[in-house]
Design a protein around this ligand. Structure first.
Ligand SMILES: [Zn+2]
Length: 441
C-alpha cells in the first residue's frame, strides 16, 4: 500500500542511508550549538569536546547530557529565555511552555523552520494513523501555550485536512459539532476523550453510531498506549485510537504503528534516540532504559543528549509495516519522575491505570499515596459508573483490590465513592496525590 507512508524514502530508508543522514545533521547541530549557544559552548568546553571530532554516531556518547533542571536553572539565571538560545531573538517566531507540575515552566523558542519541523513530524504521525487530506479534524485542545495542541492543528492542516478549531468551545458545544459536521478525526488527551464519552452517555448519545468519527489520536498523557484505556476510547467513539508521544523540548517524536498496536516508531531523521541503562550504556534490543534524545533539526534551542526521564523498551523485531525506523514496545512505559516507592516496592501510576481500566464499571479514579500508622499505603478511590447497581459496588471493590495486589505485589486500600464524585479532566489528568511528601518529619 503505497499511501501508507507520507515519506517512504525516509520511513523505509536503509540503515546505512539513515545513519548518513543522522550523522550529517548531528555534526551540523553540534557545531551550531558550540558556535552559537553560550550554554553549550560552556558545556562542551568543560567536557573538552571538539565538534570537528564527531565523526560517527558513536562519538555522540562523548557529549555531556542535558537535563530539564539545567534548562530551568539556566532560564532562572538568565531570564527570561536563558542562554541556550543559539539564534538571534529576532529570528524566533514562536514560544511555547512545558507543562510544569512544580516551579516555573520552561519557555521553549522556535524559528520558523524549527516550527515547521515540529509540526511536520507530527503530520507524519497523523498520516501513519490513516489521517488523509479528505478528513475533517477536530482538535479539541485548549490552545494555551502548550506546543502539542498548536502542532496538532498545524499538522492536520499540513496534510491538507479541513481543521475545526474548538479551543474555546464547551464540551456541550463540541458534542454538538461532532453531531452536526462531518468530523472524521478527533485529537485530544486520553482523559478528555473519556470525559467527552461520559458527557455523551449522560445525554443518551451514542458517539459510535451518531458521528462520522473513524480515527482519534491522543497526546499529553500515556493513556492511549495502555491497552484497556485505548479499548475504552475505541468502543465509546467507534474509532481506532492512537497514541502520539511528544516532548515540547524535542518533537512529536513518533507514532504508534497501525500494523502493530502499541509499537511506537521514532522519527529518526528529526531526533536521534539513545536508550540507556542505569550506567548510561546503550541497552540491547528487547531491553528497557531511559530515552535520551538529540535534536537533529531545531536551531533556536538545539538540545544535545537530552534526558527525557521516559522509560522505553527497544523493539527486538521488525515491524510488519515495512518501515525501518527504530521502534519501542508499548510507547512510553513509565516516567522516572512519576516513580513512587511504597514499602520498598517501586510503583508507577501508569501501572495502576493498566490494572484499573479493564474494569468497565470504573468511570474515574484517584490514587493517593499516604502514610497510615507510620506505614506507607496506597489508596485507590473509585468513581463507579452510574449504571452499576449499588449491591455490585462491593464486588467491584474486592475485584480491584485483588487485581492491584496481584499486579503490584502490595496490598492497596480501595474505596468506592458515589458516581461523579471525583474530579474530571479536560486537559492532562492529575489523578495522583502523594500526601507523604506533604508530611514533614
Ligand atoms: Zn510499523
Amino acid at each position: 500500500m503505497a499511501s501508507r507512508y507520507l515519506e517512504p524514502r525516509l520511513e523505509r530508508a536503509s540503515r546505512a542511508a539513515m545513519t548518513r543522514l543522522q550523522l550529517r545533521r548531528l555534526r551540523e547541530q553540534v557545531a551550531h550549538a558550540a558556535r552559537s549557544s553560550p550554554f553549550y559552548r560552556r558545556k562542551l568546553g568543560a567536557a573538552r569536546v571538539d565538534p570537528v571530532r564527531i565523526r560517527t554516531l558513536d562519538d555522540l556518547r562523548r557529549l555531556p547530557f542535558t537535563t530539564k533542571d539545567e534548562l530551568k536553572d539556566n532560564q532562572a539565571k538568565h531570564p527570561p529565555w536563558g542562554d541556550v538560545l543559539a539564534v538571534p531573538l529576532v529570528d524566533v517566531v514562536r514560544v511555547h511552555l512545558t507543562s510544569a507540575t512544580t516551579g516555573r515552566p520552561l519557555a521553549f523558542l522556535d524559528t520558523a523552520q524549527d516550527w515547521h519541523g515540529f509540526y511536520h513530524s507530527y503530520a507524519r504521525s497523523l498520516h501513519a494513523y490513516g489521517v488523509r487530506k479528505s478528513d475533517m479534524v477536530m482538535a479539541a485542545f485548549s490552545y494555551g501555550p502548550w506546543i502539542g495542541y498548536w502542532s496538532g492543528f498545524y499538522a492536520a492542516q499540513d496534510l491538507g485536512c479541513l481543521v475545526y478549531p474548538v479551543g474555546g468551545l464547551s464540551t456541550e458545544q463540541r458534542l454538538d459539532a461532532l453531531l452536526t459536521y462531518p468530523i472524521t478525526v478527533l485529537g485530544c488527551t486520553p482523559s478528555y476523550a473519556l470525559f467527552l464519552a461520559e458527557a455523551a452517555a449522560k445525554k443518551g448519545l451514542d458517539l459510535a453510531k451518531e458521528t462520522k468519527l473513524r480515527i482519534t489520536w491522543h497526546t499529553g498523557e500515556p493513556g492511549a498506549s495502555i491497552p484497556a484505556t485505548k479499548a475504552k476510547i475505541e468502543a465509546a467513539f467507534g474509532v481506532r485510537a492512537y497514541d502520539l508521544p511528544g516532548l515540547t523540548e524535542i518533537a512529536a517524536w513518533g507514532f504508534e504503528c497501525d500494523a502493530r498496536a502499541g509499537l511506537t516508531h521514532v522519527h529518526e531523521d528529526y531526533v536521534y534516540p539513545e536508550v540507556l541503562d542505569e550506567q548510561d550504556r546503550p541497552v540491547k534490543p528487547g531491553e528497557r532504559g531511559e530515552l535520551v534524545f538529540t535534536s537533529l533539526y531545531r536551531k533556536a534551542m538545539p538540545l544535545l543528549r537530552y534526558r527525557t526521564r521516559d522509560v522505553v523498551q527497544l523493539a527486538d523485531r521488525r515491524c510488519p509495516c515495512g518501515r525501518t525506523l527504530v521502534a519501542f514496545e508499548g510507547g512510553v512505559l513509565a516516567r522516572l519522575d512519576d516513580m513512587k516507592k511504597v514499602r520498598g516496592i517501586i510503583v508507577y501510576p501508569r501501572r495502576i491505570e493498566e490494572l484499573v481500566r479493564p474494569h468497565r464499571d470504573v468511570d474515574e479514579f484517584q490514587i493517593v499515596f499516604r502514610r497510615v500508622d507510620g506505614l506507607d499505603d496506597i489508596l485507590l478511590r473509585l468513581d463507579p459508573s452510574p449504571a452499576l447497581a449499588l449491591a455490585e459496588r462491593e464486588r467491584l471493590r474486592e475485584a480491584l483490590a485483588r487485581d492491584l495486589q496481584l499486579g503490584l505485589g502490595i496490598r492497596v486500600s480501595v474505596e468506592v465513592g458515589e458516581p461523579g464524585s471525583l474530579p474530571r479532566w479536560d486537559h492532562k489528568a492529575r489523578r495522583v496525590k502523594d500526601e507523604r511528601t506533604e508530611v514533614p518529619f
